[in-house]
Design a protein around this ligand. Structure first.
Ligand code: ADP
Ligand code: MG
Length: 739
């Protein structure tokens, strides 16, 4: 029976036809943002004065007052009703990586036995979801169960199906963040403030600095029927077993290849829905591994980009099911082929342009560019261990360190042009770099970098934090992760570096003004160059343009004092280093208490993930693999017996040689699986007794996770010899080549 089933599923998977996606009759620019209460809708549905106040709140950092909230809620409700919404929800990003929502309808009793629909500023602005079952790391003990969600007016509300969705932060009653958005907003504010002040050295007109994020989301698609027959995929998001397909990515024929029709239909559908929700999807293509793809929007303000990524990930899962697929966001769903990441393209910009853009027209612009590059490097260098912790997870751990993704050491690739610019600033005679010129006032000898050369800089694919022309690409982020985690750490670290830079420059200016007769303006540039040179020297250990996968680099990085730890639960400790706590507290991003609580959640999550995998692996071994292998072994035994009954002994022996060998091999492998599963259970029992979450996670990492591959090895060998017709699980060659 079983046999028929697997083949039937594979047959169905291969026979599935692409869905017919009916494109809207309008062009993308016309339906972009159709389901978002964006500026245009606000203009239409709000009075002029309320609209102006909202713009102040959204773009000028003003506080939202209650009278405005009521008026905004009324306009929102009107628009929502016209678009078929009957419910609303506060949408937030708890520490579980996904998003959470609880829907309420607009209806209320009208006091006359009927119902009216209502939505007030109060409901828009704040709610109290029963939040006791979201992870809080003990900040909010369960009996209090109190946490509240508060509207983030800088991220516009939108409609999904019949529900008005309101992006919110999620915090405890005492004000601690229980989510990703609250600390992200604080980090963005910190970097904006610090960067604006540094910008004022160069241009006093700059009003505001914005942090930008453009993510590139990688993912796998598998046929839904085959997915359902893989309990490991269903329960853990990855395959815990499965022999390599004879052909996988070795021909390099998938990357940028033509997109299969069924997948193209999915992508078209996804893009239409994403554009309607205001997510500016721009790029789609095949990735390196079979069945692996990528989608990327145009970059946006980091807070909005994070919301859009969370929204897109849930949209991807929904749309995939409609097309008979399952979308796998796990960082490593299949062994032996590439995993999935999410490059985070990051930059800072002002109302006057991108700060990390290749040098511009004037010497001061070039100097400003160098300052922002170097202070970014300072942040990354000082907190390289923390940045690694910010992207680390039980699932991303499979990717880091393997020869496909950034290594588990954070370093930065700058390319030849930029490196030589920094070397020049560092080594040139100070008086050559910076001169007072009678006629022209200030003279700065900072060479221009031709833009073209920067764009063509050899892109070092092995670098986890590479400069690519007008931005840094943080490539170590996992495909499943909330980008906020990385963005909180990066923006806070850069904010600290810029704050520190400004403090030292100001001190130096005071000193120079005392010692020399410079005009204040020139003293400032003099000081900037001094401090910049200091920092170029200090952050050198983080600069590395070579091959990040090589063993020499691991040794060299350790010599340079970079963090080379590879154990996920140990890497999390970096959040509690005094230097990290000081950085987060001084930038007003997170307190010691919040950091401690969040680490409890990280360790607990790590343990749970490994625990679930261990259980699934044990179950599949015992009730899928061993029974099937043993049944096949019995068939072989019966064959041997009958052969001996029919043929003379000597002849029978020759005829049975292969089967006897297989019988023995199956016996040995199943015995080995069985005893290792027993060991796994025993190791779990020991680890489960550890009360401390930190130590428990370390035990799971050190004693349990390493056993998976050993068990898998035996199972994958069995897959090669057991009769294909009786193998119960869809194989890699079937999962990965469905069209
Ligand atoms: P790649 O060649 O690295 O795969 P893609 O075009 O796929 O590049 O994606 C690059 C991403 O970087 C896009 O989201 C793009 O909008 C974004 N990006 C471009 N310039 C910047 C910038 N200055 N700051 C942040 N993101 C940027
Ligand atoms: Mg990229």
């Amino acid at each position: 029976m079983m046999e028929a089933l697997r083949f039937q599923m594979v047959g169905e998977a291969f026979a599935r036809k692409p869905l017919d996606v009916v494109a809207p009759s309008e062009r993308p620019c016309d339906y972009f943002g159709k389901k978002v209460f964006n500026r245009a809708k606000m203009y239409k549905y709000l009075s002029k004065s309320v609209y102006d106040k909202m713009m102040d709140v959204m773009y000028g950092g003003a506080q939202l007052d209650r009278s405005v909230a009521d008026a905004v809620a009324a306009g929102m409700m009107q628009w929502a009703k016209e678009n078929g919404a009957t419910h609303y929800t506060h949408w937030f990003q708890p520490l579980t990586e996904g998003t959470a929502e609880k829907h309420d309808s607009f209806i209320e009793h009208d006091g006359k036995g009927g119902m009216i629909e209502e939505f007030s500023g109060k409901l828009l602005v704040q709610q109290e979801p029963d939040a006791s079952s979201f992870p809080s790391g003990g900040i909010r003990s369960t009996f209090e169960a109190r946490g509240y969600s508060a509207w983030d007016p800088t991220s516009p509300v939108f409609i999904i199906d019949d529900t008005l969705v309101i992006p919110t932060v999620f915090i405890s009653y005492s004000g601690e963040a229980l989510d990703y958005k609250a600390p992200l907003l604080r980090a963005l504010k910190a970097v904006s403030t610090a960067a604006t002040e540094v910008c004022h050295y160069f241009n006093t007109d700059v009003k505001k600095v914005t942090s930008n994020l453009g993510w590139e989301q990688e993912y796998f698609l598998v046929d839904e029927g085959l997915y359902a027959a893989r309990p490991d995929l269903v329960l853990t998001g990855r395959t815990l077993m499965g022999h390599d397909s004879a052909k996988n990515q070795q021909m390099d024929d998938h990357y940028f290849g033509s997109i299969p029709e069924r997948v193209a239909a999915f992508m078209r559908d996804l893009e239409i829905q994403a554009l309607e929700l205001g997510i500016p999807c721009k790029t789609r293509h095949n990735e390196v591994a079979p069945n692996q793809f990528e989608v990327a929007p145009i970059f946006e303000d980091t807070n909005l980009a994070v919301d859009h990524n969370m929204l897109l990930m849930s949209l991807m899962k929904r749309v995939a099911r409609k097309h008979g697929f399952r979308c796998l966001l796990h960082e490593k769903p299949f062994a032996g082929i590439n995993g999935s990441g999410k490059h985070n393209n990051w930059s800072l910009s002002t109302d006057t342009g991108i700060l990390l853009h290749a040098p511009g027209r004037t010497p001061t612009e070039n100097l400003r560019f160098a300052v922002f590059i170097v202070e970014t490097l300072m942040g990354v260098w000082r907190h390289n261990g923390l940045l690694k912790a910010s992207i680390m997870s039980a699932t991303n751990a499979h990717r880091l360190g393997a020869n496909e993704a950034p290594p588990a050491i954070i370093s930065s690739f700058l390319g030849k042009q930029l490196s030589s610019l920094l070397d020049h600033i560092e080594k040139a005679d100070r008086d050559d770099l910076f001169r007072l010129d009678g006629k022209h006032g200030l003279k700065l000898d900072i060479p221009q970098i031709p833009e073209l050369l920067i764009d063509n800089t050899d892109r070092n694919r092995t670098s986890p934090f590479a400069f690519t022309g007008n931005r840094f690409e943080f490539r170590a982020v996992g495909s499943e992760a909330n980008c906020a985690s990385a963005m909180i750490a990066l923006n806070s670290a850069v904010a600290e570096a810029l704050t520190d830079f400004k403090r030292r420059v100001d001190e130096r200016v005071a000193q120079i003004s005392r010692d020399f007769e410079h005009s204040e303006h020139n003293a400032t540039f003099h000081a900037i160059i001094d401090i910049l040179r200091e920092d170029i020297r200090a952050c050198k250990p983080i600069r590395f343009d070579g091959n990040g996968y090589s063993d020499e680099w691991k040794a060299e990085a350790a010599r340079r004092g970079l963090d080379v730890e590879t154990s996920c639960p140990v890497i999390f400790e970096r959040y509690l280093d005094e230097s990290s706590i000081r950085m987060f507290e001084s930038q007003g991003v997170m307190s010691r208490k919040e950091l401690e609580a969040r680490n409890e959640v990280k360790w607990e999550t790590y343990t749970k993930k490994i625990q679930i995998e261990a259980r699934v692996l044990g179950d599949l071994s015992m009730n899928h693999i061993i029974p099937v292998a043993t049944a096949y072994q019995s068939r072989l035994l019966a064959n041997v017996e009958r052969t001996h009954a029919v043929f003379p002994a000597e002849k029978a022996e020759t005829l049975c040689r292969l089967n006897l060998k297989l019988i023995e091999e199956i016996g040995q492998r199943t015995a080995s699986i069985e005893s290792q599963v027993e060991e796994l259970v025993a190791a779990r029992k020991v680890a489960n007794k550890i009360a401390d979450e930190h130590q428990k996670a370390i035990a799971y990492h050190d004693t349990i996770a390493p056993m998976f591959d050993k068990i898998r090895y035996q199972i994958d060998k069995l897959e090669l010899i057991v009769d294909d017709a009786s193998w119960p699980l869809p194989k890699y060659r079937e999962l990965l080549f469905i069209r």
